[in-house]
Design a protein around this ligand. Structure first.
Ligand code: SF4
Ligand code: SF4
Length: 451
């Protein structure tokens, strides 16, 4: 059932989309790098625990690190090869983390090892959640939150609507768009698992109006025995965030500090859904993902299926970059991270790689004082006051920032984008949030110690 909605969340922005460069390019398999580097920090929660030793030979798909607790996932070998080194490796955050150097067998066929399938008909809710954790699945939209944790419905709550998030509102990125065009059956199989896991009674796939071909393709392929509603919403950033999408699709507002389940909804990214549908019937673990590689500095732009752990330097060598390249982003330009070190590798949450040359990067010469124009207030989808928060951040007034709902800010960057004074508001908020979190953790530790 297809439905076009004019409803959308309030505020937000319309940055240039830059999706035409890659949205017509089919997903292509990326070559296997000679050496894969796998940091154990790839998701929110506890890092995976290494189970292999140096010199050990492993098969593609084999479990090489286990989940360390409930909010954690295991890791599977992305290639068949030999464990060369277990050492600390650089990560995108700039910190080092335990990691594995895996040297690929040069002439291997790279067959994937299968595990125990999760039978859709007979599996219980718990078995499906366990299957999702065993497959190492995390949110592929960029959040990298362990999916089985997100799907666990807390005691006393219930899920009425399962929302499949096909919005992909970040400029440049077209991975979800291509997944919807090329992996429809996996998406519908994933939806079947997700319905059982959440107990939801209806499913909505939310897609923005700039992906009409994906809307038509999914609509034409909905299985006869599956009730799925596809809702098309106007294009606006940051509609892909869970709270905004719920407002756009359901006219419901997730309360401050709350989760979608407070309004009886669970939101799952469309590529994550496809991965569940692809992996669970075979008991496989995730060892590759679709990534958009684009930007003016990239020669062979496209959507590629890339083994997790492929070094960024190798990726850029394969696609070719302009000699003048000055900035590389992992993720989109709004919520992604500027890379300071090309020796990091692709992780499960990497949805895009963008490269810009010096002439494409606009660097404000100066940051001016706030002129109280209110543009940031009009842009903020959460009705925060970024101008006030920015001033408080400069004075390191973290308690007052918390009173002004700093922790609700999900760092979408809309306020910075519109600010004529070039105030790096989102950077202030990111830093302030991490300071508040550290203080809260220290206060909790002190309290536990005193008690
Ligand atoms: S970064 Fe935070 S404060 Fe700025 S617009 Fe987004 S949610 Fe609002
Ligand atoms: S957009 Fe910038 S200049 Fe305008 S009110 Fe916000 S912080 Fe101040």
């Amino acid at each position: 059932m297809l439905n076009f909605r004019t409803n959308t969340f309030k505020n937000g922005i319309h940055p240039p989309e830059h999706k035409r460069e890659t949205n017509g390019l089919p997903i292509r398999q990326f070559p296997f790098a000679p050496v894969i580097i796998l940091p154990m920090v790839q998701h929110i929660g506890a890092p995976s625990k290494i189970m292999v030793v140096e010199g050990q030979e492993v098969v593609r798909g084999q479990l090489i690190a286990q989940a360390d607790g409930y909010v954690s996932v295991p890791m599977h070998a992305p290639v068949s090869g030999t464990i060369r080194k277990i050492v600390n490796v650089p990560t995108i955050s700039g910190k080092m983390a335990p990691g594995i150097f895996l040297e690929a067998f040069p002439s291997s066929t790279q067959e994937v090892q299968e595990g125990t399938p999760v039978n859709l008909e007979s599996a219980t809710t718990e078995e499906i959640l366990q299957g999702i954790q065993n497959a190492g699945i995390v949110g592929l939209g960029g959040a990298a939150f362990p999916t089985h944790v997100k799907l666990k419905i807390p005691e006393g709550k219930h899920c009425e609507v399962l929302i499949i998030n096909g919005i992909e509102c970040e400029p440049y990125l077209t991975t979800d768009h291509r997944v919807m065009l090329e992996q429809a059956q996996d998406i519908f199989t994933g939806i079947r698992y997700l319905l059982k896991a959440t107990g939801a009674t209806r499913v909505i796939i939310g897609i923005e109006a700039n992906k009409q071909d994906a809307v038509d393709h999914l609509e034409a392929n909905i299985p006869n025995d599956l009730q799925v509603s596809i809702k098309v919403v106007p294009v606006k950033y940051p509609q892909g965030s869970e709270k905004m999408l719920i407002t756009s699709l359901l006219d419901r507002e997730v309360p401050s500090g709350g989760l979608p389940i407070e309004v009886h909804a669970v939101v799952v990214n469309v590529a994550t859904t496809a991965e569940i549908g692809r992996l669970l019937p075979h008991g496989r673990g995730i060892q590759e993902r679709v990534i958009t590689i684009t930007g003016p500095g990239i020669k062979k732009k496209g959507n590629y299926l890339i083994p997790i752990g492929t070094p960024l330097r190798y990726v850029l060598e394969q696609v070719g970059v302009d000699g003048e390249i000055s900035e590389v982003y992992m993720g989109g330009p709004m919520m992604g991270t500027a890379v300071s070190n090309l020796d990091i590798s692709i992780v499960k949450g990497t949805s895009g790689i963008l490269a810009f040359t010096e002439k494409d990067v606009i660097r404000p010469e100066k940051i001016y004082p706030c002129i109280k124009c209110g543009a940031c207030v009009d842009a903020c989808p959460l009705f925060l006051n970024p101008s006030r928060l920015g001033i408080l951040a400069k004075f390191e007034a973290y308690d007052q920032m918390t009173e002004h709902h700093l922790m609700d800010c999900f760092e979408c960057g809309s306020c910075s984008y519109v600010c004529p004074a070039h105030i790096p508001l989102v950077q202030y908020f990111r830093l302030s949030k991490s300071i508040v979190r550290k203080r809260q953790a220290a206060a909790k530790q002190t309290l536990e110690y005193v008690q």
